[in-house]
Design a protein around this ligand. Structure first.
Ligand SMILES: CSC[C@H]1O[C@H](OP(=O)(O)O)[C@H](O)[C@@H]1O
Ligand SMILES: Nc1ncnc2[nH]cnc12
Length: 287
């Protein structure tokens, strides 16, 4: 594919994207199993796009059940170079009010090791850099796009990713706050790790839906409250995507596309054939 393709992973409340033309539904199987749903491909503002609802249509997969490897592998196979992740998050700071957008620049991993979060293993060892887990260029575009559509937007911030599916205890919430995190969610960490291994830029538009359970002046987070805020803001999220896609028609110049250049430790001749074939779309260009 000559023109860069933009991927969008829709989170809670964002199960489809509007305004796509040339729409096709692409069902993929991958060496890592089935993605969350069919990919929807099409064109938005003249730019090629691929959309996938993270939890599947009808919200069928828990954060720990989502097949993140298959989802990202499928995006790679479809030629995606940049992924915009849309996520509902709890706010861990007074100034981030429900309805505000945050473009995080850091993650803190509090998942419990239950999610397959690497493409490596089975005879091939690789270590990508992850000091800055979100693509700064893509994040800047998301920030500018969010401002452009009139959303109150916070630039930067740390997204703490918990295992879920239950929300946090009050003690946990207060401790996370003392660590200085900005928002809390359950999904972004495996996705960002895998996107980096797949040399795909990853940026997140996080919609603050609640104050988790630390704020004495607000009700504790509930699905009902989260859904109400999402419903009020889903149009804004879609507008941000549209505005961002227009700005993303140029090819990228960040380092994400070369994340694997020095990452693979295993001697080429020792990589088992099956593993080599499975990882061909990811590491093939280096072998
Ligand atoms: C419905 S609140 C909890 C749920 O929402 C977030 O998901 P996503 O990142 O896909 O929008 C959060 O991480 C939980 O999975
Ligand atoms: N308070 C919260 N904790 C974890 N994930 C969330 N998603 C939306 N609000 C959340």
């Amino acid at each position: 594919m000559s023109q860069p393709t933009i991927g969008v992973i829709g989170g809670s409340g964002l199960y489809e994207i509007e305004g796509l033309t040339d729409v096709q539904e692409v069902l993929l199987d991958t060496p890592f199993g089935a993605p969350s749903d069919a990919y929807i491909t099409g064109t938005l503002e003249g730019v090629k796009m691929v959309f996938l609802p993270r939890h599947g249509q009808g919200h069928r997969f828990l954060p720990s059940e989502v097949n993140y490897r298959a989802n990202i592998y499928g995006m790679k196979k479809l030629g995606v170079e940049r992924i915009i992740s849309v996520s509902a998050v709890g706010s861990m700071k007074e100034e981030i009010a429900p309805g505000h957008m945050v473009i995080p620049d850091q993650f803190f991993d509090r998942t419990q090791g239950k999610r397959a979060s690497t493409f490596f293993g089975e005879g091939v060892v690789g270590h990508v850099q992850f000091a800055d887990p979100l693509c700064a260029d893509l994040s800047e575009i998301l920030y500018q796009s969010s401002l452009e559509v009139g959303a109150t937007t916070h630039k930067g911030g740390t997204y703490i990713c918990i295992e879920g599916p239950n929300f946090s205890t009050r003690a946990e919430s207060n401790i996370y706050r003392s660590w200085g995190v900005d928002v809390i969610g359950m999904t972004n960490i495996p996705e960002a790790r895998l996107a980096r291994e797949a040399e795909i830029c990853y940026g997140t538009v996080a919609l603050a839906t609640d104050y988790d359970c630390w704020h004495e002046g607000h009700d504790d987070v509930s699905v009902e409250a989260v859904i109400a805020i999402i419903q009020q803001n889903v149009a804004t999220a879609r507008n941000i995507i549209k505005a961002a896609v227009k700005r993303l028609s140029q090819s990228r110049s960040c380092a994400c596309g070369e994340a694997l250049k020095f990452a693979v430790m295993t001697h080429k001749e020792l990589i088992p054939e099956q593993t080599r074939q499975r990882l061909e779309p990811l590491i093939g260009k280096y072998l």
